[in-house]
Design a binder for this molecule. Sequence first.
Ligand code: PLP
Length: 396
Amino acid sequence: MTNELGIAAHLAESIEKSSWIRKMFEEGARLKSIHGTEKVFDFSLGNPNLSAPELFECALLDAVRRKEPGAHAYMPNAGYLSVRKSVADRISMERGVDISANEIIMTCGAAGGLNVVLKTLLNPGDEVLVPAPFFVEYSFYAQNHGGVLKTVPTRPDFTLDIEAISAAINEKTRVFLINSPNNPTGQVYSKESVSELGRLLKKKSDEIGKIIYLLSDEPYFKLVYDDLEVPDIFSAYDNGIITTSYSKELSIPGERIGYIAINPRASFKDLLSEGMILSNRILGFVNAPALMQRAVGAIQGAAVDVGAYAKKRDILCRGLSDAGYEFSIPSGAFYVFPKSPVENEIEFVKALQKELILTVPGSGFGCPGHFRIAYCVSDDVIERSLPGFKRAMSMY
Ligand code: PLP
């Protein structure tokens, strides 16, 4: 017998911390084995249920058939130049910024991109400040690179609270991390609030005497409803970096393809790019998957039918509202984050489980008292779940 854990202590601790999603996953598997998959309403995972657009399938087949020499070889760690150029052209057109292939690095999804950026920017003990609630993996990503994730509250409707952010920034803050459209709230930050944030970060960077980077994690950029536009962070702040992916907009999260875009006006843009290219290599990603780069490079601008998600949102929100739930209507992504009718939302999540409805407690996103419903499921599942949502609420 030994006292040793068998794995690194910090990782053993992380396994414990990440247990909410895991617990939900295990509970889902248990309920499905007892009641059958059809009877369980699984809203726990942000795994898109829409199929990838046909255009993507065609581009992928085309990329396979073309049989270019060296098609499966190592490549520059930033990715194919031609693909980075297509991405840059698309961003320039969509956002009205003049960005070039030099500022684009192809990555293994947004998650890969976030790790590359944080490895490039963080010194030990540097803080990454994020508005809560937030995507739970951020704390692990910061920790991966010697950083510490700190949170700052949002307003009750989950919009940015600039005063609170101003008070939370200190000399250790290296990165301010936003995610809009947001997981878990579905909130899209307004242009005014993003501009105000840009002005604040500039002022604070000047005061502290070092750059605070604005890192904008945008995998839901194209999933917005009601003709809303996600404000461009590059026009709001020079030292801005975007991480994003095709996981949600093309419904291909298993393919692990995304990119980083660096603001062409960033103070150290060449050094940032050089650092990120090295990070992509030495983190072991080496480069983003070759075949996927060629496929997405050929169909820039394509996306799943957002109207299908808007319909799901409407069915769910109408049902929740009729049942007496309190929530902000999501403007993007595919999540609703209602208030729990009891302070301890875990109790309520358990009450929903009795109705075979799986959701995730807000504690897992740094925001107790709420719970997340991921509505990237079939319309039929949403419709059939509504009586269960109503019964659970009526008990309170
Ligand atoms: N960022 C946010 C806010 C997410 O919700 C997700 C996935 O759900 C990711 C990043 C990771 O996305 P990817 O699959 O592109 O790595």
